[in-house]
Design a binder for this molecule. Sequence first.
Ligand code: TXA
Ligand code: MG
Length: 329
Amino acid sequence: MNYGPGMSQPASAMILSADPAAIARAGRVLAEGGLVAFPTETVYGLGGDATSDAAVAAIFKAKGRPSFNPLIAHVSGLDQAAALVEFNGDAHRLAERFWPGPLTLVLKRRPDSPVSLLASAGLDSVAVRMPDHPVALALIRAAGRPLAAPSANRSGRVSPTRAEHVAQCLEGRIAMVLDGGPCRVGVESTVLDLSEQPPTLLRPGGVTAEELEAVLGHPIRRALETPDAPRSPGQLESHYAPALPVRLDAAGAEPGEALLGFGPASDCVLNLSPKGDLSEAAAHLFAMLRALDRPDYRGIAVMPIPEKGLGLAINDRLRRAAAPRDKQK
Ligand code: TXA
Ligand code: MG
């Protein structure tokens, strides 16, 4: 996907097409404690050995992430996940239905869990997810261990949905980027905390709250509605931020603004989905925010997105992109 003249990015030497030889090489890098960015169905991840304190520390350093923000352990199957955390009935039902896929489950850490304590930032829970991407799954198998992988962006910036986005911000900080093309879902996984009752939605994402409730057969709590301290530090307000100010629910552009459209619209610079499809909009969201984040504009105005299904995840990311920057962590 290219969004017009002057917006294509130069290729980078650290980007390798994700063929079997590159995946095998990346697996060796990871087994030796190095860092590799790789595609998932949601966004690109910045992977390291989840069982190695040194590798996890290197991830925090490369991202510039506050070390209290815990990481997701990515697994290639249920058995591997069950060695890290205590699975319960709800977790089994959800994993059976949604794995591999954009759902992260927060569960109690097993006493013998090999996951680095640094990866879970000192919490007694660990977040686990099985990504739905052949390159990610092959890489986890090649590495022979679970991979801790935050989104492969510098902390506080927009998540990458293409290999070039990763190279732009992490060039020189990691060993390589495996290129698996653009990400299908485009927003990060749903994070559901099952370590306590009732299950709590910590981050809306690729699997919707409605889909989770249909499988569980009971309502989940939306942490976003509770005013207490964030249980998931990813809820820090300004988080997915372009450099330009972002204005939401815009009917049109003000002078100097670039309008990001949704649905039928005439005067927008880019449109998340001209036919008003939320999946298409999610897949385009981060790439289009990046494409519009240019000094020739003074701000980005975004048309309203319906607050249902995947729209919850899209609006959550947009509100963070628009949040006052003095709250940025
Ligand atoms: O789609 C995704 O989940 C992507 C791809 C690469 O898999 N990863 C991703 O990771 O978005 P990250 O690190 O950017 O976001 C992980 C989120 C954060 O909001 C973090 O606070 C939360 O998961 N989290 C991780 N472990 C947790 C735990 N033990 N308890 C509560 N929240 C946790
Ligand atoms: Mg992130």
